[in-house]
Design a protein around this ligand. Structure first.
Ligand code: NAD
Length: 258
């Protein structure tokens, strides 16, 4: 039996939107959703990367280029979905950026950039999708272990992720009458372009040092794969999690649990 045959078809016929779907966790989740039977719209900043991602996914995927912090881009995204499919069943609000900024070197532009994309962008990604949701949909927000742990030099990024975790709690209540479930997924250290020396703005040596110290603190003793987040997200998207809402699901090899 091949791996594809083992994957359940829990998302048959569902329409899904994944922001930041051309890379890393978002791309792995787009693959997984399609394997489970969904049609996915992926978004991201770079058209070339989006085109490559659609090719890789191979079927039932369409790309819409956007910047989630630009509300007109979000309107264009949801207009496209409305015209083509008329509804959304699953939203994975996942786009985000990371930058180091030790306390002494935090600037206004660092704060504005990270909060605009990670918090304002995610907020309006969800709000503008709501008119297209039918009762009973699932919204999953990408938070991070950084939202509940203290790591050196990333306080502003961590604060954006704590805000996202808080959104999941509040929207669970705000959307209860529409039976829309809202959950956060919190990845630990996952091998993606963001968690690389280039993505973190570190030299190869600095990155390897950081990786070794992180991995030593992870009970499962390694970084995670984007596919391992995708598995958790498709569980939260599917009926298998029908009585789960408002949670933060850590997929972190145990690092935030000890
Ligand atoms: P990645 O860099 O591979 O992917 C980030 C995605 O977000 C890309 O598709 C990019 O195009 C998109 N994006 C960034 N800014 C955008 C914007 N303004 N508008 C639209 N799209 C934008 O990184 P990843 O690791 O897959 O990150 C995905 C999410 O997971 C992020 O929210 C990140 O904070 C979170 N996360 C990652 C890790 C990790 O270790 N990789 C850990 C915890 C949380």
């Amino acid at each position: 039996m091949t791996q594809t045959e083992l994957i359940p078809k829990r998302l048959d016929g569902r329409i899904a939107v994944i922001t930041g779907g051309n890379s890393g966790i978002g791309l792995a989740t787009a693959h997984r959703f399609v394997q489970e039977g969904a049609y996915v719209y992926i978004t991201g900043r770079r058209q070339g990367e989006l085109d490559k991602a659609v090719q890789q996914i191979g079927r039932n995927a369409m790309a819409v280029q956007d910047d989630v912090s630009n509300l007109a881009d979000l309107d264009r995204l949801y207009d496209t979905v409305k015209q083509q499919k008329g509804r959304i069943d699953i939203l994975f609000a996942n786009a985000g950026v990371f930058e180091f900024a030790p306390v002494g070197s935090i600037t206004e532009s660092h704060f504005d950039k990270i909060f605009n994309i990670n918090v304002k962008g995610l907020l309006f990604t969800v709000l503008k999708a709501l008119p297209l949701f039918q009762d009973g949909g699932s919204i999953i927000l990408t938070a991070s272990i950084g939202g509940s742990k203290g790591f050196e030099g990333v306080s502003v990024y961590a604060a954006t992720k704590a805000a996202i975790r808080s959104f999941a709690r509040s929207w669970t209540v705000d959307l209860k009458n529409r039976k829309i479930r809202v959950n956060a997924v919190s990845p630990g250290a996952i091998s993606t372009p963001m968690a690389s020396s280039t993505g973190m703005g570190l030299s190869t040596e600095q990155f390897e040092q950081l990786k070794t110290s992180l991995v030593n603190a992870v009970p499962l003793g390694r970084m995670g794969y984007p596919e391992e987040i995708a598995q958790a997200v498709s569980f939260l998207a599917s009926h298998d999690s029908s009585y789960i809402t408002g949670i933060e699901l850590f997929v972190d090899g145990g690092i935030a649990q000890i």
